[in-house]
Design a protein around this ligand. Structure first.
Ligand code: SF4
Ligand code: SF4
Length: 351
């Protein structure tokens, strides 16, 4: 049995419902060995890790786009990239911990020169690979064979499409982004992505990811999926498997813009008031661990963006020897974004 590899976090308390606690995002633990480990507060229930089933890896911040809302500030000029040594650890960790799913993100993860060998290595281990794809990358001159590669490796494509209306997508992602996204979806459809066989199965899974434009909870996932399916099908002949709805987290640029418009407190209150404890068992940090481009571990992508470290789990290499099951999760007030309403995770609504 693998040794445990985490430290217990001391209990801290905040005044539930106070303006101060609502606006606080994280606190830093005084023990430097925990790095920037944030603390579990009694504002959000304490959580512990379950069995690790997904390794989510951010390969770097380089991207062919530079969206205004991007929560990692990715763009063509960014140079941060995972180094070859860290990259080489990933298949070893997948095998050592018997992790069944590798979730690749960025930036545009496909721009990392190690992306394709990594995908191949993981698929040879029988691991399900998810590519968080911005769709426009499929049209880049040096990525003309990317869609075929993804199909050949049976990679699951999770494609961000914030709306089925061209004007809304272009406003958020830049002029021409919607048309390029539709062309990317058509490329994937031509290869069989998004189609369902007579048994209702899909060999090449194509899911769309939606998040609200502003400080509101996502609409019911099923109804919105039907709207997307009808609109994209009738207008553009595009098919897909599922639409996943995500709530916006009150962190980073989104929190800054809400603060400017005076809506940060009311949005935080909305999330808190709609907290559904039934979702606590399914929040993604219970089964997923997040790795940044430097190989550092976090409980989820949001904590990664906040620099809020996992408890005692420091580097990707730690997972070669240690099983994180049972480790405390570094929760904070933004976690209500995962449990509000129908719930939210990288797999969509939790309800
Ligand atoms: S496509 Fe995604 S990663 Fe790239 S800039 Fe836009 S939001 Fe950021
Ligand atoms: S933000 Fe969500 S996934 Fe991340 S630690 Fe909080 S509850 Fe878990």
């Amino acid at each position: 049995m693998a040794p445990t590899c985490f430290m217990e976090l001391p209990e801290f308390h905040c005044e539930v419902g106070s303006t101060e606690s609502m606006s606080r995002v994280l606190q830093t633990h005084p023990d430097p060995s925990l790095g920037q480990a944030a603390i579990a507060t009694d504002c959000f229930p304490a959580l512990r890790r379950g069995r690790l089933t997904t390794l989510q890896v951010n390969l770097g911040y380089r991207c062919n786009q530079a969206c205004r809302h991007c929560h990692v500030g990715a763009g063509p000029q960014r140079t941060e990239m995972m180094d070859p040594e860290t990259l080489a650890l990933i298949p070893r960790v997948l095998a050592a911990r018997q992790i069944g799913q590798l979730d690749l993100t960025g930036g545009a993860p496909e721009l990392h020169p190690g992306f394709r060998p990594l995908v191949q290595g993981a698929r040879e281990l029988g691991v399900r690979v998810i590519d968080r794809c911005n769709l426009t990358i499929l049209l880049e001159p040096d990525q003309q064979d990317l869609a075929a590669f993804l199909a050949h490796q049976s990679v699951v494509v999770m494609a961000s499409l914030p709306c089925y209306l061209e004007a809304n997508v272009d406003r958020q992602r830049g002029a021409g982004a919607f048309a390029a996204s539709i062309e990317g979806l058509r490329q994937l459809n031509r290869l069989g992505y998004g189609s369902i066989d007579s048994n209702g199965d899909s060999n090449l899974e194509l899911n769309l990811v939606y998040n609200p434009q502003g400080p509101s909870l996502p609409p019911p996932q099923q109804a919105l999926e039907e709207d997307f399916r009808r609109h994209l099908g009738e207008r553009y002949g595009v098919v897909f498997n599922r639409l996943l709805t995500l709530a916006n987290m009150p962190i980073e640029r989104f929190a800054a813009s809400l603060k400017l418009s005076g809506e940060l407190d009311s949005y935080s209150a909305l999330l808190r008031e709609n907290h559904n404890p039934a979702h606590l068992d399914q929040v993604m940090c219970r089964q997923l661990i997040s790795v940044d481009w430097r190989g550092r571990l976090f409980d989820c992508d949001f904590n990664q963006m906040l620099g809020q470290r996992s408890a005692g789990l420091v580097e990707l290499a730690d997972l070669l020897e240690c099983d994180p099951e049972g480790a405390p999760i570094a929760v904070a007030d933004h976690c209500f974004g995962c449990t509000a309403g129908d719930g939210s995770s990288c797999g969509g609504a939790l309800a």
